[in-house]
Design a protein around this ligand. Structure first.
Ligand SMILES: CC(C)(COP(=O)(O)OP(=O)(O)OC[C@H]1O[C@@H](n2cnc3c(N)ncnc32)[C@H](O)[C@@H]1OP(=O)(O)O)[C@@H](O)C(=O)NCCC(=O)NCCS
Length: 215
């Protein structure tokens, strides 16, 4: 397994925003105010947000508010979410990140969404390689799980393709649009990740990990 020899700094400034995870064709970086327009275009498609509690976006204020709230969520350890950027074009193609951290139990949950035109292009695997690499190689996680709505066959298949293993259904786990929603729960353990195709991908992690997510 190739592990980048220069790990990200572990000394945190008060509000670090320079954390990046860089792969061959895509990179993850933290969102900034200038990204709202691109996120609006990607998130205004109802197919993208069909299984989510939010969306589709209908105004620029919605992605602006999403971006504004991210810093507080990084500060309190609730969410470490990134925009996925295509390196060649500098275009944002989607969002991925980690939530539900338990430091004691070394686990977190990964969630992602991509602009519709990027589905089936390989971005999903490439961006999961980056966010899972961050979690397992840098943040000391032993288990990363993921939820997918029981009718979201595409998301379930995409997770299993990477090596996530189904653990069953969590009933009434999410509450969306005034209704309880059942979700599949899948997990990837470190040992399976390390043996998987993406477990040996070359990735470079630079910048400062927000203190709340340090192992
Ligand atoms: C979920 C998401 C990130 C996956 O990315 P993607 O690029 O579409 O995924 P992939 O192409 O890598 O894999 C999808 C797999 O599902 C398969 N598939 C497509 N539609 C399917 C369906 N209805 N049922 C089952 N499998 C399906 C595809 O054939 C593909 O499998 P293959 O690679 O073995 O051919 C993306 O579709 C997305 O952003 N969806 C909207 C947001 C979302 O639902 N996010 C997940 C929240 S849990």
């Amino acid at each position: 397994m190739t592990i980048d020899p220069t790990p990200a700094q572990t000394i945190s400034t008060e509000h670090p925003t320079d954390l990046q995870v860089v792969g061959e064709s895509y990179m993850l970086r933290l969102a900034n105010a200038d990204d709202a327009e691109q996120l609006l275009r990607l998130g205004e498609d109802p197919a993208v947000t069909r299984f989510f509690s939010w969306g589709p976006y209908t105004s620029i204020e919605q992605p602006q508010k999403y971006i504004e709230d991210l810093q507080a969520k990084r500060d309190n350890g609730a969410l470490l979410e990134f925009v996925i950027v295509e390196r060649e074009t500098d275009q944002i193609v989607g969002v991925t990140g980690l939530t539900e951290f338990s430091k004691r139990d070394r686990r977190a949950v990964v969630g992602s969404w991509l602009g519709h035109k990027y589905w089936g292009t390989g971005v999903n695997v490439a961006s999961k390689s980056l966010v899972l690499g961050l979690g397992f190689r840098q943040l000391g996680l032993e288990r990363i799980s993921s939820y997918s709505h029981v009718r979201n066959g595409r998301s379930k298949a995409a997770l299993e393709r990477i090596g996530f293993v189904g653990e069953g259904i969590l009933h009434a786990w999410h509450w969306h649009h005034g209704e309880p929603q059942d979700v599949n729960i899948h997990c990837l353990l470190r040992e399976i990740y390390e043996r998987s195709e993406i477990g040996s991908d070359k990735i470079e992690i630079t910048g400062t990990v927000p203190a709340a997510f340090l192992p």
